[in-house]
Design a protein around this ligand. Structure first.
Ligand code: HEM
Length: 412
């Protein structure tokens, strides 16, 4: 047999990626091979190239050029007025950017309006649980995704984490809002702007002396990195809702997936990497997300910023231990340990014993009388958590939020 080369490994496996060549991860988090087949993707076929070596070439070259020619501040200013999906692009944008955005804002042929309408139903019914899961399953998980934690910490947004959370939460709000991908919704705008922001980060972060010292890749936010983060969102959210036995009709579950598949496409992820079902999503997540979770100093700091979010309510006295225990309950003891989240005897066991019965009681599937006694003591707190989390992570906010292309790093 011929010596295995990158070319014949790719050809033989169809989906096997560049073995090790693209991955310079430290041994502690050695990246697994990319063996996920594009047959399980929304495209149904593809080259099967390792997504760790694929970025977003057209957007990246364009934004790099905008940054190099000093056009970004003016572009950001103009784009603040572009907020609705069907709205014409503002006059005065550079021609190359306008041309790209006109194409990038188009939904793919596989977008299914029926499914999107069902997704709206799901978001309406399940909004309260979605706030908790986006915030404390996905948000907290992002702090143990080393590449994301480092990129966030050393990019411009890392200097003001509250502002960043508000901007990121905008995507969660937009995807779940009534209009989402409709002409008068904002999700397409949010995705296209985020795609441009990511392209900016790819150009700028490699110039950060802080990031380059700790990074294990030359250019951040590859297609693989994006899928990792994607799984920390819908895949992790759905896994938790299923674990908590929240009743979800199959059509709504599929519709929620569809709205996120579409967001992946609109963020510039290639269709051949986007899973076509929950089964495929779970199998891809097992391969790309689970093995890379690890602690970093940057992630620990970000996690504690998230835990301190409730400090505005009570100085952190009660909210910090409660949110810490919620994180421990959702992500497990190992990850809570990495993040140096202290144990709390009362709240740790309250979540362990009473969270699932709480969901069952809320869903009318269990009477409070038959639930564990502790639930009567903590019901108000659990109810408040889901209400405040929904407000924090899924509400529109009072200020207009504009996602912008960064012009520097943190700190410059
Ligand atoms: C910016 C969402 C993947 C790093 C943003 C923003 C959103 C977003 C909404 C704009 C918010 C802001 O400007 O602060 C997403 C989604 C992803 C994804 C939905 C995947 C499906 C990633 C990955 C990384 C990353 C994989 C890094 C490995 C960043 C950074 C910024 C950003 C550094 C810019 C912050 C700044 O302006 O300095 N992302 N992101 N993102 N994202 Fe992502």
């Amino acid at each position: 047999m011929d010596k295995p080369s990158r070319r014949n490994v790719l050809m033989a496996g169809g989906t096997l990626g560049a073995v090790g060549a693209l991955s310079v991860a430290s041994p502690a988090q050695a990246a697994p091979l990319w063996t996920w087949s594009p047959k399980g993707s929304v495209a149904g076929a593809g080259e099967g190239a390792d997504p760790r070596g694929v970025w977003d070439p057209e957007a990246d070259a364009l934004v790099a050029s905008l940054l190099d020619r000093g056009a970004v501040p003016e572009v950001n200013k103009l784009l603040r007025t572009w907020t609705k999906n069907s709205q014409a692009l503002p006059a005065g944008l550079p021609a190359d950017l306008r041309d790209f955005m006109e194409r990038a804002r188009r939904l793919p042929s596989w977008a299914d309006q029926g499914k999107l309408a069902t997704a709206v139903e799901f978001n309406k019914k399940r909004g309260l649980y979605l706030g908790v899961t986006y915030g404390f399953a996905s948000g907290m998980m992002s702090t143990v995704i080393p590449r994301e934690a480092r990129a966030v910490y050393y990019s411009k947004g890392g200097a003001d984490i509250k502002d960043r959370i508000t901007k990121t939460a905008k995507l969660g709000y937009d995807i779940g809002s009534l209009k989402a991908y409709q002409p008068d919704g904002e999700m397409i705008v949010t995705c296209v702007k985020t795609r441009l922001a990511h392209a900016g980060v790819r150009h700028l972060l490699p110039k950060s002396p802080y990031w380059t010292k700790v990074a294990d890749e030359k250019v951040p936010i590859s297609q693989a990195d994006m899928m990792v983060t994607w799984h920390s969102l819908p895949t992790t959210v759905m896994q938790n809702l299923v674990k908590w036995k929240v009743p979800i009709p199959a059509a709504e579950s599929e519709a929620f997936l569809h709205s996120w598949q579409l967001s992946a496409h609109m963020l510039g992820i290639k269709d051949e990497y986007i899973p076509n079902s929950w089964a495929e999503a779970n199998s891809q997540a097992k391969q790309v997300l689970d093995p890379i979770l690890a602690a970093t100093p940057e992630g620990i700091k970000l996690a504690h910023m998230l835990l301190n979010l409730g400090a505005v309510i009570d100085g952190g006295l009660l909210t910090k231990p409660i949110l810490g225990s919620l994180t421990r309950y959702i992500l497990g003891d190992e990850i809570a340990g990495w993040l140096k989240i202290p144990r709390d005897l009362f709240w740790d066991s309250a979540f362990e014993v009473a969270w699932e019965p709480f969901v069952q009681v809320r869903e009318g599937l269990l009477s409070l009388d038959r639930a564990p006694g502790i639930l009567k003591t903590v019901y108000w707190a659990f109810d408040e958590i889901i209400r405040v989390a929904a407000l924090l992570f899924l509400s529109e906010g009072t200020m207009p939020i504009s996602i912008e292309i960064p012009t520097g790093n943190n700190p410059d």
